[in-house]
Each structure stands twice: as structure tokens, then as C-alpha cells.
Design a protein around this ligand. Structure first.
Ligand code: ZN
Length: 461
């Protein structure tokens, strides 16, 4: 009998990792990083709950860090099988893993310096850039949407467009062991149908069991158009006051969605022609390049734009700042600029410098377009702090602060429920959500056979 076990994102949002055992084969669905929380590194460093050397295949739903971020660790600890995902996910995952490795090396170096001063052992990064590069070498076959693929005897996989980020997929597994045949559907992260650029999540097929995300299982999103109007108003008002707009930016998906809407705003004369936009994030610039390589992932309207030679992620007045010097030069601009810089939660990166130069000015604005975890600088500002510490300086908060929540890349409660209904599944495993959210969502399913697995729990299928 095939078995399913859970090794991450169990009653929590990050660290997605699920294991299928079917006959002699072991197939992992995602191997993501734990993020946030009190001691995320401990979550990442602890044993997987299975022996990586015994895993034959990894099927990756999408390239977000909380789905692919532990792959280099898997390789480092003995994995030598095949990783399978879509073309776009492979390219994005490479970028995401290299960036994560680089960050861990930097953190380990700085911790080692202070440890060295106290005579303690140097800190070793969880994995290195070399580990990330090695991991990319394990990507084998490419999955195409809607085309069943025999992963190995007894395991057939079909990747379906999840409409969440470029290349993202839900994965249907058809498992056969002896006489038993089971269809298990992994939702991956499901997209918000209102998002620009991407297609809607595909209609899910019928399945015996589903493993589904519940990130926003407890709430409904505002319609995206209202959020877009809010963004345009924030920019116009700021420019008329003589200030700049700082947008703390998530490099993958959100950055590209904002670029798309800024271009639309210019086209529809909702934004001033004089607007100068600075994408001050090497990671977001690289991700945007990858978006351009994959017209096969877009909705019809966006694909048509590309075909007509109109790049929907480019417009006059957009400047890309890869070099640190380009980023520093922005400090001299007093007005009329939209500055998009990472990190999205302001926990590090170039956005801190831009906040230092704009947060104290009542003419300027900060526009938050994504989730801000507790204890982050973004959250402090959103919660109305009068003064904040940035790069060792005490900065008063006088800028206008906007929080616009409609740009989410995740399905909301109604979309999740509709998706679940269409699968007609007899068994449901809820993952990738806070426990309270999950319970609320489970109560709406009104079905028996709903499980909320805990870490390392195993089920017969
Ligand atoms: Zn995701």
C-alpha cells in the first residue's frame, strides 16, 4: 500500500516537504526552507525525518524558497536521484537557491567574525553557493503542463498550472502498487485568480486524496483593481507633495506584478509621465529576465503583448540598478521617484538605505504590498511605530505609510474551497497554513477524512 508522510509546512506555513513511498520507490514533493519563527535555522538544520540517500525523485511544485530552499541540504546529505519540475521553475529555483546560499555564507562570515573575537568556533553556513550549484546539476527531465509523465514504474505525475508564480504547478500522482491504484493531488501553492500576467489555476482533476495549502484559508482578498487604484493614488499624492515612494519588494512575482501595473498606469494616464521607477534589486532584475524567457507560462493577454513586441515588464522611465553605486546614487533624488528594493519585509538589503533617506520626510511614502511577519522592520512601520532603528540610526517615521493587501499571489478562502470541491476527494490533508487558519478552513469542508498532519506523521493511502 502506498504511503504518504509529512516533513515540513505541517501546521505552519514554511518548509514544505512531503514523501510518497510506492513499491520500491520514494518520491519527495518539494523540500522547502523554514522561514521566520524564533529559530528557523534549527528547523532547517535538523534531520529530515528520512534518509536523503534513499530518495529516488524530487518533484518540485514551484521555486519559492519555502518549497525549494532545502534541496541543497538534501544533496549535501546524500541525495543522488533526479529532480523534476517545469522549465521556468528550474531557472527560478536556481536563482533562489544561489541567493539563499549567498545570504547564508554572508551571515556565517559575519557571525564568525564576532565569534572569533570571543574565542568561539566559527559559524558554518547551512549550505554554500557550491552546494547550490551542485544541486542544479540534479535537475533532469522537464515537466510540461498537462502531460502525464512516468516518473518510475508505478508512479505517474501530471503537472497542472497552479497560477501562483511563473512555472508553478499542482502535481497529480497516479500511484500503483500491487493491485492498489490511488490518485493523490498536491495543490502546491494556488494562485489568486486576479493576478496579472499568469493564467488562472487550472481546474483540478478528481482525486482520491488531496494535500492542499491553506495560507489564506481564513480570509477573502479585496479585488485587485481596488488595490491598483490605491497604488496609483499613493504615487500621485506623494509626487504632488514633492517626495519619493519606496516599495519594499519581493523579488519573485510581486515585483513583476507591480512593474506590470505601473506600466498600465502610465498607459492609461493614471500616473505622471515624469515618473522615474528604479528597480533596485539584482535578484528582482534577474527574476524579471527569467519571466521574459517563458511566454509559454502567460495568460493570453500577456502572451499577445509579447507577440506584438510590447514587453509588459518594461516602460520608459524604468531604471535597473544592479550595481551598489547605482543604488547609492538614488540617495540624491528628492522627489518623483518610485524605488522598488528588497527585502520585502525590510529585514535587510538595499531598501533599508532608502527607508533611512525617506522615512523621516513627510513628503515621501512607503507602500507595503506584501505580507510582513511579526518582529520585522516592515511590521513595526505598518503597526505605526513613531521611530525605528535602521542601520544603527534612530529614524523618526514621518512618511505616509500605505499597506495594500490585494496583490497576494495566493488563492483566498473562496478560491481554495472551490478548488477543493472540484477534486471531489475522499481524503484531505491540510498543510502550509497557520494552525488556527487550518482549523477554520477544515470546519468549512464539512467532510470526514480531513487531516492536519503533524511533523513526520505517516498515512497509508
Ligand atoms: Zn509559493
Amino acid at each position: 500500500m502506498p504511503k504518504l508522510s509529512f516533513h515540513g509546512a505541517d501546521r505552519g506555513v514554511t518548509g514544505s516537504c512531503h514523501l510518497i513511498e510506492c513499491g520500491a520507490h520514494r518520491v519527495l514533493i518539494d523540500c522547502g526552507f523554514y522561514q521566520g519563527g524564533d529559530e528557523p535555522d534549527q528547523g532547517n538544520a535538523r534531520p529530515f525525518g528520512f534518509d536523503p540517500a534513499t530518495i529516488d525523485f524530487v518533484l518540485l511544485t514551484h521555486a519559492h524558497l519555502d518549497h525549494c530552499g532545502r534541496l541543497p541540504l538534501l544533496v549535501r546529505r546524500g541525495f543522488h536521484g533526479e529532480m523534476i519540475t517545469t522549465d521556468a521553475s528550474r531557472e527560478l529555483a536556481r536563482l533562489v537557491m544561489l541567493d539563499a546560499a549567498n545570504l547564508q555564507e554572508e551571515e556565517a562570515r559575519s557571525e564568525s567574525r564576532s565569534a572569533g573575537r570571543q574565542g568561539a568556533e566559527p559559524t558554518v553556513p547551512l549550505y554554500s553557493v557550491l552546494d547550490a550549484v551542485n544541486t542544479v546539476g540534479y535537475f533532469g527531465r522537464t515537466a510540461a503542463y498537462d502531460e502525464p509523465m512516468e516518473v518510475c514504474p508505478g508512479v505517474e505525475a501530471t503537472f497542472l498550472d497552479a497560477g501562483h508564480i511563473l512555472g508553478s504547478a499542482s502535481i497529480l500522482l497516479q500511484l500503483t502498487e500491487s493491485e492498489r491504484r490511488v490518485r493523490v493531488l498536491f495543490s502546491g501553492d494556488l494562485g489568486n485568480a486576479g493576478q496579472p500576467l499568469l493564467r488562472m489555476p487550472a481546474k483540478p482533476p478528481a482525486a482520491d486524496a488531496v494535500v492542499m495549502e491553506t495560507t489564506y484559508g481564513d480570509r477573502l482578498h479585496k479585488p485587485i483593481q481596488a488595490s491598483v487604484e490605491e497604488l496609483y493614488a499613493a504615487i500621485s499624492d506623494t509626487f504632488s507633495r514633492g517626495g519619493n515612494v519606496v516599495i519594499p519588494t519581493f523579488a519573485l512575482e510581486r515585483a513583476q506584478a507591480i512593474l506590470y501595473f505601473l506600466r498600465e498606469g502610465l498607459k492609461r494616464n493614471r500616473l505622471p509621465r515624469t515618473m522615474q521607477v528604479f528597480l533596485d534589486s539584482p535578484m528582482a532584475i534577474s527574476a524579471t529576465e527569467i519571466f521574459r524567457h517563458h511566454p509559454e507560462c502567460y495568460d493570453k493577454a500577456t502572451a499577445a503583448l509579447f507577440q506584438a513586441g510590447n514587453d509588459p515588464l518594461s516602460f520608459s522611465g524604468l531604471h535597473l540598478a544592479r550595481e551598489t553605486a547605482d543604488s547609492k546614487a538614488l540617495n540624491g533624488i528628492a522627489a518623483g521617484a518610485v524605488i522598488m528594493a528588497g527585502s520585502g519585509m525590510c529585514t535587510g538589503g538595499r531598501v533599508q538605505h532608502h527607508l533611512k533617506h525617506n522615512l523621516w520626510r513627510s513628503e515621501s511614502s512607503v507602500v507595503f504590498v506584501g505580507y510582513a511577519a511579526q518582529h520585522t522592520l516592515a511590521r513595526q512601520i505598518i503597526d505605526g511605530a513613531k521611530r525605528v532603528q535602521i542601520l544603527g540610526e534612530d529614524i523618526p517615521v514621518r512618511a505616509h505609510v500605505h499597506t495594500i493587501n490585494g496583490f497576494s499571489a495566493h488563492a483566498d478562502q473562496a478560491e481554495l474551497l472551490a478548488w477543493h470541491r472540484q477534486t471531489d476527494a475522499g481524503r484531505t490533508f491540510l498543510v502550509h497554513g497557520e494552525e488556527r487558519t487550518m482549523r477554520q478552513f477544515a470546519s468549512l469542508l464539512k467532510k470526514t477524512g480531513v487531516e492536519m498532519p503533524v511533523l513526520h506523521q505517516q498515512f497509508d493511502l
